[in-house]
Design a protein around this ligand. Structure first.
Ligand code: FAD
Ligand code: UDP
Length: 376
């Protein structure tokens, strides 16, 4: 018996934003989620007064004013600027993203002109090799990194980190992954180029609670536990789970990377002096350490709470029972996904959206932009 206009499978950012906008237009929505809480991967757990990003550090960034105004209409955001630091295999610390500070730390160059000439020298071999092979575009992440930023930075800051994060060789990964990182000829450690950046004041749960305010929600509820029933109660379904699971893996299983978090409460107010420290050596088993209090306390205000919470992130291949985080957009998986996507196009009753259903490495802001567009 139809009771809802929309059954929304998944209370992550896609599902919650969709439910919010649908409800505003007078539609009846039910949101179900198989996890014990709402919010998907942006969910935080409060420990000792600190919002712990339970599924990995989340920093909201966008240049889309409409998206920024929309999220701020739900909850005001602070101005957190992400400036990660990397500890390299040579034992030194470097600023990220790749900017004049990094170039100074790596080569001692002090002006953009000196840095440009060093970069040119660093890139030369890779560019000449590509020319000799008759290739105009980098075919993989290694070629992209070497032609973009050169050998030293690739070896100290990219190769080890990337191969740990993805569990695959840089030569087997798509070039676009590394193009996410800015390269700047200025002394500017801001990890993102976007105009707006921040964290919801009071944490991400406030954003999700605001989006789902007044909407029927059921947690600990898996769509596949009683698929026929869930399909029968709504006119339409918004599905934000795994697309291969929706089709019973008929074209094979898509691969994902996931992260195991080792979270520790420490009896010190300030462990690493920054929210994010990456460990780019292949010899260190984790990729980075997050110190959660830094997302919402600035400068010496970190000393206002006597303890701190850190998470070491260990990147691993996804297996059943784990949370699928990162789609592996290599050609093998893209080909499988394409078959599911074509099948999904034939559905009239189901809208597929979000990181898992679209098998896409989406950040938060593009997810919101996409839902806003759907409603226009
Ligand atoms: P999800 O948040 O995964 O939500 C999907 C929901 O569907 C989940 O709650 C899941 O439990 C539920 N579900 C799945 N299957 C079923 C089922 N069968 N029945 C019921 N419920 C189901 N973005 C940024 O902009 N900045 C960042 O700094 C950033 N950092 C990130 C760090 C990590 C480690 C990860 C993994 C992602 C990061 N992202 C970041 C991306 C961000 O998390 C996503 O863009 C966003 O959360 C995607 O929302 P979603 O709704 O598509 O997916
Ligand atoms: N990356 C790297 N060294 C670093 C940080 C990032 O080589 O210290 C690479 C890595 O391949 C990663 C990509 O840059 O997958 C994009 O980084 P980003 O921080 O955007 O990844 P996220 O963790 O947000 O998925």
């Amino acid at each position: 018996m139809i009771q809802y206009d929309y059954l929304i499978v998944g209370s992550g950012l896609f599902g919650a934003t969709f439910a919010h906008l649908a409800q505003k237009r007078g539609m009846r929505c039910l949101v179900i989620d198989k996890r014990p809480h709402i919010g998907g991967n942006i969910y935080c757990e409060e420990i000792e007064g600190i919002n712990v990003h339970k599924y990995g550090a989340h920093i909201f960034h966008t240049s889309d004013k409409e998206v920024w105004d929309f999220v701020n209409s739900i909850v005001p955001f602070n101005r957190y600027t992400n400036c990660p630091v990397a500890q390299a295999p040579n034992g030194k610390l470097y600023n990220l993203p790749f900017n004049m500070n990094t170039f100074y730390q790596m080569w001692g160059v002090k002006t953009p002109e000196e840095a440009e000439s060093k970069l040119e020298e660093q890139r030369r071999d890779a560019i000449e090799k590509m020319r000799a092979d008759g290739i105009s575009e980098p075919r993989n992440l290694e070629e992209q990194a070497l032609t973009l930023i050169g050998k030293d930075i690739y070896e100290q800051l990219i190769k080890g980190y990337t191969e740990k994060q993805w569990g695959r060789k840089c030569t087997e990964l798509p070039a676009f992954i590394i193009r996410r990182l800015p390269v700047r000829m200025t002394f500017d450690n801001n990890y993102f180029n976007d105009s707006y950046q921040g964290i919801p004041i009071g944490g991400y749960n406030k954003l999700i609670d605001g989006l789902l305010d007044g909407i029927d929600v059921m947690t600990n509820t898996d769509f596949f536990s009683d698929r026929k029933y869930w399909e029968s109660i709504a006119d339409k379904i918004v599905f934000t789970g795994k697309i291969d699971e929706f089709y019973d893996y008929c074209f094979g299983k898509l691969e994902y990377r996931t992260v195991r978090f080792e979270t520790e409460l420490l009896d010190t107010p300030n462990y690493q002096g920054n929210a994010v420290v990456n460990y780019t050596s292949s010899k260190v088993p984790f990729t980075r350490i997050i110190e959660h209090k830094y997302f919402e306390s600035f400068g010496n205000s970190v000393y206002e709470t006597p303890k701190t919470i850190i998470s070491r992130e260990y990147s691993t291949e996804w297996k059943d029972g784990m949370e699928p985080f990162y789609p592996v957009n290599d050609s093998k998986n893209q080909n499988i996904y394409e078959k599911y996507r074509l099948l999904a196009e034939t559905e009239s009753k189901v809208i597929f959206g979000g990181r898992l259903a679209e098998y896409k490495y989406y950040d938060m802001a593009p997810i919101i932009a996409q839902v806003l567009t759907l409603f226009k």
